[in-house]
Design a protein around this ligand. Structure first.
Ligand code: HAM
Length: 413
């Protein structure tokens, strides 16, 4: 038997109702906020991601599905959307058509990570990006949108962590302080963190290594290094969130795993998820457009992992029963032609209708009608067929009446 690839999942018909439920909310709430959907290809030139997410990030270093295509080009299955979206917006000059561009997306993404609960190699993200505004109100807008998406889904019990990475100046000063501090513990750091110390010291704060965590505990705090602009921006974001009753915890070690962030960064976490507790995250990325060859365009956004959202939501869903408006049962395969005609007519009029395709006995067909929770059963029996009629049985009250084939319009009125 050929199995699916490790870390990928089939979404089976028994689970699809959860996906439809949640996708409908993404669509509806995003549109209410004025966000339009953007769909981009599943793969991009590798540089789209390597130039933006950061050469030293785990995603680029260890997790990308990168291959050389038959034309010799390096191609990568998208590990995230923000860089691909910025590539698309630059290419089609979308940001030049209006001062603010609001976009949302939903689709599959790929990271070569060790699979575990809530961590897949092909997973799905929903996300939204607000392009064009340098102001904290845009940061607040995307967080309020994310919060409303969660609440509309029925998710209230989660933690929102926020931090600021400030301006470039702030990060330069903070980076210097971090290097000075971590140099003192260089020999005790994990191999990954030793490498990060040379390449991207901020990333050490993201380490999960227990030895590193001890050292990180007393490391310099970015909030002590904020310049005036960084402070103002961050306190305004907090203001807007408080005013909207959105609870958050300031977490000064939150740096996120992607290099393009500045100012606000945030993450949504849930205790229901276990080790992979972060189910959404985002932040501001004012430098990314220029990095990818576009005009300076301030921007902020977030993405949520849909598999993780569904894990949180799981107990909200009951298994939905298959059901239909009509079931058509024929006592003889000769009558199926008429049955298919009635089915087509009913479906054209928006009634869900099933018909037996296995030439089973009438008794077996009626059992199946029950299994489908049919509201009505149409029975074309021998005698009825001879009289060009069928029986219409109301399954809720058990009453039945005979209807002539010529009166089929009666059903769809
Ligand atoms: P991210 O934090 O890398 O951010 O991913 C966002 C969410 O995708 C995570 O919180 C998680 O729920 C889900 N996710 C990531 N990797 C996996 C995986 N292997 N299996 C299952 N779920 C996963 C970004 O991707 C940024 N582009 C977010 C952003 C948008 N920042 C600004 N705009």
């Amino acid at each position: 038997m050929i199995q699916s690839i490790r870390g990928t999942k089939d979404i089976l018909p028994t689970e699809i109702n959860k996906w439809h439920y949640i996708e409908d909310i993404f669509h509806r709430v995003s549109n209410l906020f004025g966000y339009n959907e953007l769909r981009t290809p599943i793969f991009e030139k590798t540089e789209v991601f390597s130039r933006s997410i950061g050469e030293t990030s785990d995603i680029v270093n260890k997790e990308m599905y990168t291959f050389t295509d038959k034309g010799g080009e390096s191609i990568t299955l998208r590990p995230e959307m923000t860089a691909a979206l910025v590539r698309s917006v630059i290419q089609h000059q979308l940001a030049e058509q209006s001062s603010i561009l609001r976009l949302w997306y939903f689709g599959p993404f790929f990271r070569y990570e060790r699979p575990q609960k809530g961590r897949l190699r092909q997973f799905h993200q929903y996300g939204a990006e607000c392009l064009g505004s340098p102001y904290p109100e845009a940061d607040a807008e995307v967080i309020i949108l994310a919060d409303l998406i969660l609440k509309t889904c029925g998710i209230y019990d989660y933690d929102l962590l926020i931090n600021t990475l400030g301006t470039n100046q702030t990060r330069i000063r903070y980076r210097k302080a971090l290097v000075e501090y971590f140099q003192k513990f260089k020999n005790d750091l994990s191999e990954d963190s030793k490498f990060r110390l040379e390449t991207n010291p901020l990333r050490i704060l993201d380490s999960k290594d227990t030895g590193d965590l001890e050292i990180i505990k007393n490391s310099p705090n970015i909030l002590d290094y904020l310049d005036e602009e960084s402070l103002n921006h961050f306190s305004k974001v907090q203001d807007y969130l408080k005013y909207n009753n959105i609870r958050f915890t300031i977490t000064s070690q939150l740096v996120r795993g992607l290099d393009y962030y500045c100012h606000t960064v945030f993450e949504f976490r849930s205790k229901k998820l276990g080790a992979q507790d972060s189910f959404g995250g985002g932040g501001r990325y004012d430098g990314l457009f220029e990095q990818l060859g576009g005009k300076k365009t301030p921007a902020v956004g977030f993405a949520m992992g849909v598999e993780r959202l569904i894990l949180i939501l799981d107990n909200l869903f009951k298994q939905t029963k298959d059901s239909c408006d009509y079931y058509i049962a024929c006592s003889n395969p000769e009558f199926i032609k008429v049955g298919i005609g009635i089915q087509k007519k009913l479906i054209e009029n928006n009634f869900s209708t099933r018909i037996d395709l296995m030439r089973r006995s009438l008794k077996a067909q009626l059992r199946e009608a029950n299994k489908y929770n049919a509201k009505y059963v149409i029975i074309i029996g021998d005698l009825e067929f001879k009289n060009q009629k069928f029986i219409l049985k109301d399954m809720q009250n058990g009453t039945q009446k005979e209807i002539s084939f010529d009166d089929i319009e009666f059903l769809v009125k």
